[in-house]
Each structure stands twice: as C-alpha cells, then as structure tokens.
Design a protein around this ligand. Structure first.
Ligand SMILES: Nc1ccn([C@H]2C[C@H](O)[C@@H](COP(=O)(O)OP(=O)(O)OP(=O)(O)O)O2)c(=O)n1
Length: 133
C-alpha cells in the first residue's frame, strides 16, 4: 500500500512526500496551514496521551499490552509524526537537518563528563543537569 519494500527504512523525506501527495490529491493544501497543522498535531498528542492515561508507569517494551493496543499506539504515534513532518514542510523547515543540529546542540549543552550517571553512589543526575540524592 505504501509502495515501500518491508526491508527498507523509512525516511522523513518519504513521509514528507507522502503527506504532500495525500493533501494535493484531496485538494487539502488549503486546510494544511501552519496553525491548522499545529492544532491537529496537538490533538493527536492528546489522543496519544489517552492511551497511557490512568495506567500508571508501564514497563519498557510494553510486555503486558495486547497486540491491538500496540497497533493503536503505533497509529497515534504515526499521526503525531505525520502532522509534525507536514507542519515542518509547510513552514519550510528541513526537519531531519534541524533535528540533527539539535542533537549536536544538546551534546554541547549536556557534556558527557558532567552529566554521566554515577552508578556507584546514591547521587543521580537529572536530565536537566541538576543533581539529587
Ligand atoms: N485534514 C487532514 C485530516 C487527516 N489527515 C491525516 C493525518 C493523520 O495521520 C490522520 C488523522 O486523521 P483523523 O483526523 O481521522 O484522526 P484519527 O486517525 O486519529 O481518527 P480518530 O480521531 O477518529 O481516532 O489523517 C491529514 O493529513 N489532513
């Protein structure tokens, strides 16, 4: 259905093209304004949050979740990603490049030597750089 072989990785560029095509075919470009897309994105983040709502903390890998719950989670994560990709495109932002640049900036802001977790002591580093015991 996507035209992408199962074994191939999916790029942000492919998703950007698919969303552009999807909107064009339906004459929905006029609805895909920055503000509309942002609101749609926030709505989908809400739907994603609902999946985790009231569940308490859940273990990584979601071992106790039913297959259909995981499929639903994948759908909501995808909606968030797709609107984010589309919003970036409409705003003229190369999301992949911007994100890579941000990763570099994060590494400068949080150098490993200063923020590595100390496993031998009871002191822990929060990811905001502040320490707590
Ligand atoms: N104007 C629109 C409407 C939808 N979509 C695409 C992007 C999302 O991936 C998905 C969102 O579709 P829905 O608004 O139907 O939302 P859900 O799929 O979450 O359905 P529901 O809200 O019924 O759970 O469709 C889009 O690009 N532009």
């Amino acid at each position: 259905m996507t035209g992408v072989p199962e074994t191939e990785s999916v790029s942000l560029d492919l998703l950007r093209e698919k969303m552009a095509e999807f909107a064009k075919e339906r004459d929905w470009d006029r609805f895909h304004s920055p503000r509309n897309l942002l609101l749609a994105l926030v709505g989908e983040v809400g739907e994603l949050s609902e999946i985790f709502q009231w569940k308490g903390e859940v273990p990584k890998g979601l071992p106790d979740w039913k297959e259909e719950e995981k499929v639903h989670l994948g759908e909501e994560l995808s909606d968030v990603l797709l609107y984010l990709v589309r919003l970036s495109d409409i705003c003229g932002i190369d999301l992949g490049k911007a994100a890579l640049r941000k990763v570099d900036l994060n590494a400068i802001k949080y150098p490993v030597t200063k923020h590595q977790c100390q496993t031998t002591t009871t002191t822990t580093n929060n990811n905001d750089g502040k320490q707590s015991s």
